[in-house]
Design a protein around this ligand. Structure first.
Ligand SMILES: Cc1cc2nc3c(=O)[nH]c(=O)nc-3n(C[C@H](O)[C@H](O)[C@H](O)COP(=O)(O)OP(=O)(O)OC[C@H]3O[C@@H](n4cnc5c(N)ncnc54)[C@H](O)[C@@H]3O)c2cc1C
Length: 448
């Protein structure tokens, strides 16, 4: 008898989910989502892999997915603990014959699958390639031959067709008779969700239904046709698609987004804005495959470069940057928005990353890890890839990006509206003419 465990991760949706379709063919099915304790513990870069805001969003995704499953006669079994030992224990206890999961290019997920396979060699593990726009088999080159620049990648992918979303399941097999009711027990190390509520900023609500509603609304407006002109603006719901939180939790798939975009182009006409939106989705795609190719180099100081950057770790500067208390008012406003809402425009992300690396000379990995904790739309490949790009150790052959903060302020916040909105009145911000450091490199107080 086929007893299948579907291990859900960043694929919390019913629609366009080939892994769920495959799971629907088994005789007995257990749908599992694991909340790993490690996500809430500080890593080597002083940040946690999962901060309160994304955790709150994720809970919405889990609730919504569970509700959809219940309409198909199934339930989501949420388990708290170490991922590998939980998977092993469940497979052993419930005599699982098959594990189904979505395949991610990331090193962490792939290592887990390898380890599970080593522990339980009899287990049949099926990884469904559906996180990206193109499957690995559809790439017109071996992953090792992935072009070293985005523009070359874009040219190569121009001829490859994009698959349509797959049909949705209509029914699912039952759980095992012997299984105890799904756990509602929550360990004490979980942060309390009700404590998190942004005072202002965008309202992102986790869940497939919420993601699909937003997807429909965005593409039934004229915004995609104007995307290119407004995408770099600092504030405003319609300046960009705001699809990233749902995309990265898997509430919607990138193929669904492309499908909407293609329909929009057929009905309203293709223009430079719709093309630009496609090219951004392709950046996401490129970073996934770069991550798949370079593996752990994604997280290393030297990244893909030959030499290490000339930055280091200054705890005081890093803390001031995190708290939005640097000598740069625009950067401070960005950091306040990020910390309060979990979201930041692309231009905002570029400017604060450039500031940390170039103005504050701090090791870029601390910034990437802070983003990992704070962002509601965190994605490993895209986040660390973009940070590498700015720090000059990534895929960019031109080597690094240095944004002139004064010029960016004049361009994007000439009247200071954005800075006023996100200024922190309770904080005594340091002025541009004040010293950034109160201690020197050997921790001695800096004298006036
Ligand atoms: C330092 C830094 C860190 C970042 N970290 C993340 C992250 O963890 N997760 C994340 O999704 N994006 C990240 N981005 C990329 C980008 O800022 C966000 O994708 C975008 O702001 C999300 O808003 P949106 O959905 O409205 O984007 P839109 O402008 O509407 O773009 C549509 C989609 O295209 C993709 N996209 C857009 N810009 C980029 C980009 N620069 N690189 C790769 N894909 C892109 C995203 O999937 C996005 O949802 C980062 C950028 C920088 C500079």
């Amino acid at each position: 008898m086929k007893r299948t465990l579907y291990w859900l991760n960043k694929d919390l949706r019913i629609n366009d989910n080939a892994a769920l379709n495959l799971a629907s063919k088994s005789e007995h099915l257990l749908c599992v989502y694991i909340v790993d304790k490690q996500c809430f513990e500080a890593n080597n870069f002083q940040s946690k892999p999962l901060g309160d805001i994304r955790w709150q969003f994720l809970q919405g995704c889990l609730d919504d997915f569970n509700e959809s499953l219940s309409k198909l006669g199934q339930e989501l079994y949420i388990v708290y603990g170490d991922t590998l030992s939980t998977l092993t224990r469940l497979c052993e206890n419930y005599q699982i014959t098959d594990v189904i999961t979505t395949k991610f290019p990331g090193t962490y997920e792939n290592r887990l699958i390898t380890q599970l396979n080593e522990r339980l060699p009899e287990l049949n593990i099926n990884q469904v390639d559906q996180f990206t726009l193109f499957t690995k088999n559809a790439l017109p080159f071996e992953l090792e031959q992935l072009p070293v620049s985005y523009s070359k990648f874009r040219k190569k992918m121009a001829e490859v067709s994009i698959s349509k979303p797959v049909p949705s399941v209509q029914s699912l097999p039952s759980m095992f008779d012997t299984l105890p009711a799904p756990t509602r027990f929550k360990p004490e190390w979980l942060p309390s969700v009700s404590a998190v509520k942004a005072k202002q900023g965008f309202e992102f609500e986790g869940g497939e239904q919420q993601g699909l509603t937003h997807l429909r609304q965005y593409f039934s407006s004229n915004s995609p046709a104007e995307y290119q002109q407004v995408r770099n603006n600092l504030d405003g719901w319609k300046n960009s698609s705001k699809l990233s939180p749902w995309l990265n939790s898997g509430c919607i798939s990138v193929r669904q987004v492309m499908n909407y975009l293609t329909d929009f182009e057929q009905q309203q006409g293709k223009n430079s804005s719709t093309e630009c939106l496609y090219l951004e989705l392709l950046w996401r795609e490129y970073y996934q495959w770069v991550h798949g190719k370079v593996g752990v180099k994604t997280y290393q100081f030297k990244g893909l470069a030959k030499h290490k950057p000339l930055t280091t770790f200054y705890p005081e500067r890093f803390n001031k940057w995190c708290l939005g208390n640097t000598p740069y008012p625009l950067v401070n406003a960005f950091m306040h928005e990020l910390r309060q809402t979990g979201y930041l425009s692309n231009r905002g992300r570029q400017i604060v990353a450039s500031c940390l690396v170039n103005e504050l000379s701090v090791d870029w990995r601390y910034g990437a890890a802070w983003f990992e904790e704070q962002l509601i739309d965190y994605d490993a490949a895209v986040n660390w890839g973009n940070w590498q790009y700015i720090a000059g150790v990534g895929v960019d052959p031109r080597g690094g990006r240095h944004f002139n903060i004064e010029k960016q302020t004049t361009l994007y916040d000439p009247n200071g509206d954005y800075q006023a909105k996100w200024s922190d009145q309770s904080q005594q911000s340091i002025q541009a003419n004040q010293a950034l450091d109160s201690v020197d490199a050997s921790d001695w107080p800096v004298l006036e």
